[in-house]
Ligand binder design. Structure first.
Ligand code: FMN
Length: 138
């Protein structure tokens, strides 16, 4: 189609578990623009468009970050009912994107969602996902 599929929305507070896992994610609010792709893990980009409501006349520079994206209900845990779109920005642990409008671009599908038996296998898999994401984006 000439460009990557994307969704756009506001970053909201998730369950804050990502930080514990070592991969903090920006969670998109449920009220987003665009079609959410099938559940799974993707390589892509997070484009930070800044806080909403900034005067349109002000020059607004968006920043583009490489990201590992997760779409699903995080089946390893049983506390999420709705499908989440979350993005871990590679190598960033202190990025504060709360309430920013971001576009999530999907470049390549890495795998399907898995319900892991505990957090250690999930962390091991995510570590491997990041390697594959880097490969897809380089
Ligand atoms: N959650 C799963 O239950 N199974 C998965 O296979 C899975 N893969 C993921 C892969 C990547 C690259 C990322 C960034 C997340 C993945 N997740 C998966 C989602 C994590 O469970 C979720 O990011 C974490 O629980 C933090 O959630 P929170 O932002 O609501 O705190």
């Amino acid at each position: 189609l000439g460009r990557h599929h994307a969704v756009r929305g506001e970053v909201v507070h998730g369950l804050q578990r990502g930080r514990e896992l070592g991969f903090p994610t920006a969670n998109l609010g449920a009220d987003l623009e665009g079609f959410v792709p099938a559940e799974g893990v993707y390589a892509g980009w997070l484009v930070d468009e800044g806080a909403p409501g900034e005067a349109a006349s002000e020059p607004r520079s968006s920043v583009r970050y490489p990201a590992a994206i997760s779409v699903g209900t995080n089946p390893t845990f049983d506390d999420v009912e709705v499908r989440q779109v979350e993005a871990y920005v590679l190598d960033e642990t202190d990025l504060d994107l709360y309430h920013h409008v971001v576009e999530i671009e999907f470049v390549a599908r890495i795998r399907g969602m898995v319900a892991f038996d505990g957090i250690d296998p999930l962390i091991a898999q995510m570590t491997d996902d990041i390697v594959r994401v880097r490969g897809e984006l380089s």
